[in-house]
Write a protein that binds this ligand. Structure first.
Ligand SMILES: [Zn+2]
Length: 143
């Protein structure tokens, strides 16, 4: 099963752009800061429930014939936690970028990444063009 599902934030209110509004002004930065913080909270709760689940399962570990499937399940959950930890780290780095006034611009070519793209993927550091290009290159290397 592919692990590409970067669980996206379930609830946020899309930013209402005013006409002629400056890109990445104070209000927009606040908007993304609150999205990122909410996302981080969600992830932490997920991690908590995973740990809880594993402890509960371990307690019901009476039958040795269940062990194999149990271990499989645990390793899946550990992978999930690993993914969550990496994502949390990425979110923290993104929050730092906001503090450094470095948020919302493509790392590769410097153009504005765009509000809507950032709302869909708040940790994006590349514009859609550079991202697409990077994915094509990745595919070529992988084949
Ligand atoms: Zn770019």
């Amino acid at each position: 099963m592919p692990e590409t599902k970067e669980s996206l934030l379930k609830h946020y209110v899309p930013y209402q752009l005013k006409e002629g509004e400056e890109y990445m002004n104070e209000a927009q930065l606040e908007h993304f800061k609150s999205i990122l913080n909410a996302w981080k909270r969600e992830l932490m709760e997920e991690v908590d429930s995973t740990i809880h689940h594993m402890q509960e399962d371990a307690a019901n570990f009476a039958d040795p014939s269940d062990r194999a499937s149990q271990e499989e399940e645990f390793s899946l959950e550990l992978r999930t936690r690993d993914r969550e930890r990496k994502l949390t780290k990425k979110i923290n780095e993104t929050l730092e970028r906001i503090e450094d006034d470095d948020y919302g611009y493509c790392d590769s070519c410097g153009v504005e990444i765009g509000i809507r793209r950032l709302e869909a993927r708040p940790t994006a550091t590349l514009c859609i063009d550079c991202k697409t290009l990077a994915e094509i290159k990745e595919k070529q290397l992988g084949s």
